[in-house]
Design a protein around this ligand. Structure first.
Ligand code: ACK
Length: 282
């Protein structure tokens, strides 16, 4: 493992160094399944996010997947890792700090205008396309969701959290199989549940859900109450959007019926239409 970590080219940091950088882990900025993220400042003045993985559960597997995958990536829409610490039982990952936190948080507080939402949809697509098509190896993220899309000071998105990612030789794709289901409810492609072959389309499906969320401001994790034929029905996000499409006379009224009301009418109707069509194709 030591040789492997040295080969990734990341800076190896000491636990003490990161303890000082995060003021003894006092500046918590977020929590994921695998650990807690803290804000910190390195001795050279750089502001960073430090993810400290849980010592129990799958910390080790997540840590290695993350270091192994991010080490192979370099793209403006994928998070940059700066270093790591693997000292005794401690496993920590150090990233560039993303000023505006995650897309999840911003969607919940309805703080994003249309232009930002459009740029986020476009940028995340570019990041994922790079993973799937442009790297030497074939990489699946396997957990695309708003919490894993981080926003920098200009609200440009970067896909993060490669702890569930999978890396394969492009020449050996036919023997592709997974031992267990990965991802997050609401964003997971149906092929995970129905035990079908897993391809890069699992990320494409999740991306489509994120895009619908950007357009509608509604979360796929909550049912949507819809008044159908005088009766209140609870639907999932995709069904709700499709029902709206079916029930509308023109494309304009359909799109108007699903758009996040906090956008009022401040959006480009044509581009919005394209975005929704793309999302449903996903
Ligand atoms: O909205 P959040 O709490 O903010 O959801 C994630 C959480 O940690 C778990 O991943 C925050 N986070 C993660 N990485 C960074 C980063 N590089 N910069 C800023 N915040 C981050 C994020």
């Amino acid at each position: 493992e030591g040789y492997f970590l040295a080969a990734t080219g990341f800076k190896r940091m000491t636990f003490y160094e990161l303890k000082v950088a995060t003021k003894n882990f006092s500046q918590e900025i977020g929590r994921g399944g695998a650990g807690i993220v803290y804000k910190g400042m390195l001795t050279d003045g750089r502001v960073v996010a430090v993810k400290r993985l849980n010592e129990a559960n799958q910390g080790e597997a997540e840590f290695l997947a993350e270091v192994n995958t991010i080490g192979k990536l370099n793209h403006m829409h994928l998070i940059d890792m700066l270093g790591f610490c693997a000292e005794k039982k401690h496993r920590l990952l150090v990233y560039e700090y993303m000023e505006h936190g995650s897309l999840a948080e911003k969607l919940e507080s309805h703080q994003l205008d249309w232009q930002k939402r459009y740029d986020i949809a476009l940028g995340s697509a570019k990041g994922l396309a790079y993973l799937h098509d442009e790297c030497l190896e074939w990489i699946l993220h396997c957990d695309v969701k708003p919490q894993n899309i981080l926003l920098d000071s200009g609200y440009q998105p970067k896909v993060s959290d490669f702890g569930l990612s999978e890396l394969r030789d492009r020449g050996k794709l036919s023997s592709y199989s997974f031992s267990k289901i990965r991802g997050t409810r609401g964003y997971m492609a149906p092929e995970w549940v129905f035990n079908r072959p897993i391809t890069s389309k699992v990320d494409v499906y999740s991306y489509g859900i994120v895009t619908l969320e950007l357009v509608t401001g509604k979360s796929p994790r909550k049912g949507i109450q819809s008044l159908e034929g005088g009766q209140v029905e609870e639907m999932d996000l995709v069904t709700w959007v499709k029902e709206k499409r079916k029930g509308s006379e023109t494309k304009e009224t359909w799109i108007e019926g699903i758009v996040d009301p906090t956008l009022e009418d401040k959006y480009d109707k044509k581009k919005m239409g394209i975005l929704v069509e793309v999302a449903l194709e996903c």
